[in-house]
Design a protein around this ligand. Structure first.
Ligand SMILES: C[C@@H](N)C(=O)N[C@H](C)C(=O)O
Ligand SMILES: [Zn+2]
Length: 198
């Protein structure tokens, strides 16, 4: 389902539907910029949003359900040494051939099961993203747990992690933005239906 229907005020900036991402172009399978999630994950996200709203924060999602064909597009892209449009912004310190081995991108992603989200916090008053120490999808040790980042960013990561944890999501140690519903309704490799407006 479209998570924005059950999460009041959820901001969706679906990066893989556009060109502002590590590949530098829209990714296969994203025919619309929608945050599609299982009902269970969307309801859990609504709990996180409600709790954060009491402290003046909201959620902004960058990726939700990811079709398997999108993951396959990432794999093909990683094998093309000439495709470097997003290198300076998203993986300046890493050879793109190592992005999968290092755990920054999965060859079989939990996103394809529809209960995993990539997201950040926004200040409800301004709508601006709060500092997290690194931008979304910066594939670097600085995006992971234990990184040396400014205290305000550390506090923001902790706030996001706590709110998502209380709502039923597990974090991913290497990427502060990536969370998976602990009690996800689907197992296995997930789905390959494109993200589209039905
Ligand atoms: C690519 C990044 N946004 C992400 O979601 N990484 C994890 C490891 C994944 O691909 O599932
Ligand atoms: Zn993710």
């Amino acid at each position: 389902m479209d998570a924005t229907r059950v999460v009041p005020g959820l901001v969706a900036e679906i990066r893989y539907a556009g060109s502002h991402n590590f590949v530098g172009r829209p990714i296969d399978g994203y025919e619309a910029a929608l945050c599609l999630l299982t009902h269970r994950a969307a309801r859990a996200l609504a709990r996180a949003q409600a709790a954060l709203a009491r402290d003046g924060y909201g959620l902004k999602v960058f990726d939700c359900y990811r079709p398997r064909r999108a993951v396959a597009d990432f794999v093909r892209w990683a094998r093309d040494p000439a495709a470097l449009a997003g290198k300076d912004e998203f993986y300046p310190e890493v050879d793109k051939r190592d992005l999968f081995r290092l755990g920054y991108i999965a060859e079989a992603s939990g996103h394809s099961r529809g209960s995993t989200v990539d997201l950040t916090l926004v200040d409800k008053a301004t709508g601006n993203e709060v500092p997290m120490g690194t931008p979304f999808d910066l594939f670097s040790p600085r995006s992971g747990e234990g990184a040396e980042i400014p205290p305000a960013a550390r506090a923001n990561r902790a706030r996001l992690k706590a709110a998502m944890g209380r709502a039923g999501f597990s974090p991913y140690a290497q990427e502060w933005w990536h969370f998976t519903l602990r009690d996800e309704p689907h197992r296995g490799p997930g789905f390959d239906v494109p993200v589209s407006v039905r």
